[in-house]
Write a protein that binds this ligand. Structure first.
Ligand code: HT7
Ligand code: ZN
Length: 871
């Protein structure tokens, strides 16, 4: 497939000021008439042909300034419409196309999901609706008339504000007209038509605008939409309070659909969501679901400014909206919940998804320089590492300057399509700083490594830290990165008040390949606490002993580093045990004792944080830390042994804490962070009790499944039981499936639990589940829950030495490719770390990848991932 390069960016030769759409919805033959008000771009090439994008389109008619065009004046194919000699003045082009939304299994463009018409246009789906200049720097004002059978689609929604609606005389059809006054790129266009229930609310903006809020869901599920509606109102308020951003239309609607390629989409005034991220009730949704709904509602809403009012010039600038908006939603969730707990979960996500991506063949800069298929660049690097860059910028320039820079960015670029340079220049102007060096973060792939060594001079009472930064794969001439290192010193009895003139506001800026700093007045040998709050997305190499790390666990005022210290000790133990195979784990007892002391003092004060302390690094994190010659079986076994050692030591205290933290009978449900934290701790405790004593764990888990009043507890009981082979597990799994037979989103959790069982029988189990009525290859949520979870969260079975795990995923990729290439390609990214495996598995994974790469008729999406993975 052709490669598109950032360096080749050229302005469009034509502009589209207005778009008038008439969309007549029909299950198989929807008709779209687009009237485009075009003009030559004064900054483009005069007289250039007008080349409009299309994708699987059928042209019905085309007219220029109202006159039917002669056939030799244009060329139309399913993938494009070229007007050979467009007028050198403003003109209108009317284009009629016909589409079959029912046959649209790619879920891009206009499609039907459970009888509901909806659209998905990012990144390049609008061209599947009509011929267009489908690029984000073409901003137009849209008016949309939607028409449908009143019976089939009583609800008709579009972007902007509703202006008119009524019946189509002498038919069973009706229409609605929507007008969006804000110029937008085509990727933000949306319509919805269907039989939907809704809940509604109102919000008055800081500017006095009365906004009608609506959340539309499958009829009968309205009660499950209240939490999402509330999250919309809280997001609106937060963006006003924290970023000074008010909403700018009279309505804001959210629609939940059940077939959706990603989480949600920020179409102007009409956000469309995967129903998984809207629907919630205590009986059906877990605490994690509630937190995700809150975060994703906020994320899509925040795009209204970071993405919609200021959009991207081209898709290379994707991080400009996504990284920034992830940063904004992370801040929102931190304000709504516990900041420390949230930060830890952000870093866990980054390490689980982005670090491996950055270490493998799919690594790319946060702002890629080239792509073959843009849909493959909605990655953890663009989103999560992109957010970390914004966070580092804030750390470097300080809170006040950051807010001023953001205000300037929005003011200077409102209504335009911007670049990363525009973003940084707002902060450079505001602070008078040169940020060109900092901009390197957008350009270089790979996770930097920071080697640190500490030297205490007892006589001089000074402590020196030497830093050295390297980026894997970067040549010696590669410029160093600007890295904010938030740090402090900790002593045997607590934090030390030592000062260094190079540390301002608790932050040292490392912007050279090597640098040192000296703390004065250090009374005794300290332990350095580095990269507090994970102040930069780097790997740190420092030779601290377990004892030093456990000092940080006890005394570091930085909650993130307390947790991090425990993780580091656990990683050291697991990695050594995986390498040696030794049954005896060196240091496990001391670690378990430290955890016991921590629990004793703090579990009751902050159960959510305590639950995170109990969670050992995942098998994936251990593998990513080892980095080469990985044997997943050895990692699983070593990690299990450490869990057993900890569980044996903590079993009784955990049992007692679990009782103390039990909700009083009849207590009302709340999804808030405090209640969720108590549930998280109780369930982490249950899991460890079951490790120490499977019989007792089985009894407790079964009782919890039977008595649970929340989905969090019922599912946690089932998850614990799923790790204990035997009849009770199979009985409870079957009962759960029966109980929730009509709840696809709950059965997704049931599929996921089984896909993650680290046992030889899982492959056969998955084979059976693929035939189960709960599974469907046509629904992305089902595929992600079964095959996606298997590939990402079941390291030993996906990486089976006989290659059968790879074969299962490869077969699913191939079965999906024609139907939904985006989902197929995403599934295939599970092979991204294949080069780091031990030789036998590496060979098996490579063979599976080569088999896919050699297949005929691959989509661009899958061909791109397979090709890059093998590079
Ligand atoms: N901006 C959106 C990204 C997106 C997407 C969403 C649904 C289906 C296909 C999609 N392609 C790209 C979602 C977001 O990150 O906010
Ligand atoms: Zn986004």
């Amino acid at each position: 497939p052709p490669t598109i390069r950032l360096a080749d960016y050229q302005r469009s030769d034509h502009l589209i000021d207005r778009v008038d759409l008439d969309i007549r919805l029909d299950p198989h033959a929807s008709r779209v008439t687009a009237v485009l008000a075009l003009r030559p771009n004064p900054e483009g090439v005069p007289g250039a042909p007008l080349v409009l994008d299309g994708d699987e389109l059928k042209l019905v008619a085309v007219a220029l300034d109202g006159e039917v065009m002669l056939e030799n004046a244009y060329t139309a194919t399913p993938s494009g419409l070229t007007i050979h000699r467009p007028p050198q003045r403003p003109f209108t082009l009317s284009i009629e196309t016909e589409i079959d939304p029912t046959a649209n299994t790619k879920l891009m463009g206009l499609y039907r999901s459970s009888g509901v018409y909806c659209t998905q246009c990012e990144a390049d789906g609008f061209r599947r609706i009509t011929y267009f200049l489908d690029r984000p720097d073409i901003l137009s004002i849209y008016t949309t008339r939607i028409e449908a059978s009143r019976e089939e689609a009583p609800v008709l929604l579009g972007n902007g504000n509703p202006v008119e609606s009524g019946d189509v005389p002498d038919t069973d059809r009706h229409y609605a007209i929507w007008q969006d006054p804000h110029p937008k790129p085509a990727y933000l266009f949306a319509v919805v038509g269907g039989r939907l229930g809704s809940v509604s609310g109102r919000f008055t903006t800081s500017e006095g605008r009365q906004v009608g809020l609506g959340v539309y869901v499958e009829p009968g599920k309205e009660a499950r939409a209240d939490y999402a509606l509330d999250a919309v109102a809280r997001s609106m308020k937060w963006d006003e309070d924290v970023f000074g951003r008010a909403y700018d239309l009279d309505v804001f609607n959210v629609v939940a659909v059940s077939d959706f390629n990603m989480g949600a989409m920020e179409n102007k005034g009409l956000n469309i969501f995967n129903d998984k991220y809207v629907l919630a009730s205590p009986e059906t949704a877990t605490d994690a679901d509630y937190a995700n709904i809150e975060a994703i509602i906020a994320h899509e809403y925040f795009h209204n400014w970071s993405g919609n009012r200021v959009t991207c010039r081209d898709w290379f600038q994707l991080c400009l909206k996504e990284g920034l908006t992830v940063f904004r939603d992370q801040e929102f969730s931190s304000d709504m919940r516990s900041r420390a707990v949230h930060r830890i979960s952000e870093v866990r996500t980054l390490r689980a998804r982005q670090f491996p991506e950055d270490a493998g063949p799919l690594a790319h800069p946060v702002r890629p320089k080239q792509y073959a298929e843009i849909n493959n660049f909605y990655t953890a690097t663009v989103y999560e590492k992109g957010a970390e860059i914004v966070r580092m910028l804030k750390t470097l320039i300080g809170e006040e300057s950051f807010r001023k820079g953001m205000d300037r960015y929005f003011a200077d670029n409102d209504g335009t399509a911007a670049t990363v340079e525009d973003f940084l220049s707002a902060f450079a102007t505001e602070t008078g700083r040169d940020l060109s060096h900092f901009a390197q973060w957008y350009e270089r792939p790979g996770t930097p490594r920071i080697a640190v060594s500490g030297h205490y001079d007892a006589a001089a009472k000074t402590y020196r830290l030497d830093f050295r930064q390297t980026r894997p794969g970067a040549g010696a001439d590669a410029p160093p990165l600007v890295i904010p290192v938030a740090l402090g010193l900790v002593g045997e009895h607590g934090p030390l008040d030592a000062k260094s003139e190079r540390v301002r506001g608790g932050v040292f800026v490392l912007d050279k390949p090597k640098d040192s700093l000296v703390f004065e007045n250090v009374a005794s040998q300290p332990v350095p606490s580095l990269f507090r709050d994970f102040s930069a997305p780097v790997r740190v190499e420092i030779g601290l002993s377990d004892a030093e790390r456990l000092t940080l666990l006890r005394h570091d005022p930085d909650a993130f580093n307390r947790w991090e210290s425990a993780q580091r000790v656990a990683l050291r133990i697991v990695i050594e045990a995986a390498r040696s195979g030794a049954q005896q784990l060196d240091g496990a007892e001391g670690f378990a004792d430290a955890l016991a002391a921590f629990l004793d003092q703090e579990a009751l004060n902050d159960p959510a944080f305590a639950a995170l302390m109990l969670a050992l690094p995942t098998e994936g994190e251990v593998a990513s830390e080892i980095g080469a010659n990985i044997d997943p079986d050895a990692i699983l076994s070593a990690r299990r042994r450490l869990r057993q050692a900890i569980a044996a030591r903590l079993c009784e205290p955990l049992f007692a804490l679990r009782e103390t933290l039990a909700e009083p009978a009849g207590a009302p449900f709340s999804p808030d962070a405090a209640s969720a934290g108590r549930r998280a701790f109780r369930n982490a405790a249950l899991d460890l009790i079951a490790v120490a004593d499977p019989e007792r764990g089985t009894a407790l888990a079964r009782a919890q499944i039977a008595d649970a009043t929340t989905m969090t507890d019922r599912l946690a009981g089932l998850a614990t039981l799923s790790q204990i082979p035997g009849e009770p597990r199979e009985i409870e799994l079957a009962a759960f499936a029966e109980r929730y037979a009509d709840e696809p989103l709950i059965l997704d959790k049931w599929l996921a639990i089984q896909a993650a069982i680290a046992e030889d029988g899982t492959l056969a189990r998955i084979g059976r589940l693929q035939q189960h009525p709960a599974f469907s290859i046509t629904n992305p949520n089902r595929v992600r829950s079964l095959v996606g979870v298997f590939s990402l969260s079941n390291a030993t079975q996906f990486n089976r030495a006989d290659g059968a795990g790879y074969a299962l995923v490869a077969e699913t990729v191939m079965a999906l490719d024609r139907r939904n290439p985006q989902i197929a390609a995403r599934l295939l990214t599970a092979f991204g770390s294949w080069r780091q495996l031990e030789p036998a598995r590496r060979a098996a994974a490579e063979a599976a990848l080569r088999g896919i790469a050699a297949a005929e008729g691959l989509s661009r999406d899958v061909a791109d991932i397979a090709g890059r993975s093998l590079q």
